[in-house]
Design a binder for this molecule. Sequence first.
Ligand code: GAR
Length: 205
Amino acid sequence: MTLSPSPRALPRLVVLLSGSGSNLQAILDACASGALSAQVALVVSNRKAAYGLTRAAQAGVPTLYFPLKPYTDAGKSRAQYDADLAAQLAPFQPDLIVLAGWMHVFSPAFLSCFAGKVVNLHPALPGMFPGAHAIARAYDAWRRGEIAHSGCMVHFAVPEVDAGPVIAQRIVPFQPGDTLEAYEARMHTAEHELIVEAIRLALAT
Ligand code: GAR
């Protein structure tokens, strides 16, 4: 009998989102095609209506809806929410937690449970346009002649908004006559490639 090493289980991803989940879809597609050697073990949303939950269910991935409102209504802290969410995720034994449109800034109560394992996608370059509506704010800056390009990045998450050591980034130039919609579409196409590349890199570190 020939002994061969047992196949290594695929790295486990937990994806957190708040909206459409087009980046989750890019991750699911890359996992399904083998372009990414990983599996999505769980998808979490803090918004019930997030279409990303539907995408996950369609792919047969378990989902968790975990809203902040019951915590704020009960006068509980963000840190308590973060700690409870971390406890929900821990049994899934994530190798990497991917914030893909997760509109909530984590405190150390969450991040310290998964040190070096939380990465965030943001549609702007390092140090530029942190927070919400980054694409529209970059577009307005371009229209005012202040910038010639923006871009997107994936970085390790820290308690500051859209900051932390960068894993991968991509410039997305503006083009003459760009509308916000056209630029947004180009940004999302770039993000869908970048997120897969960055997960690959983060899993390899
Ligand atoms: C993406 O553009 C992502 O970069 C952004 O939310 C969008 C989610 O799209 N994240 C942030 O702005 C974080 N500050 P999706 O739901 O279609 O993947």
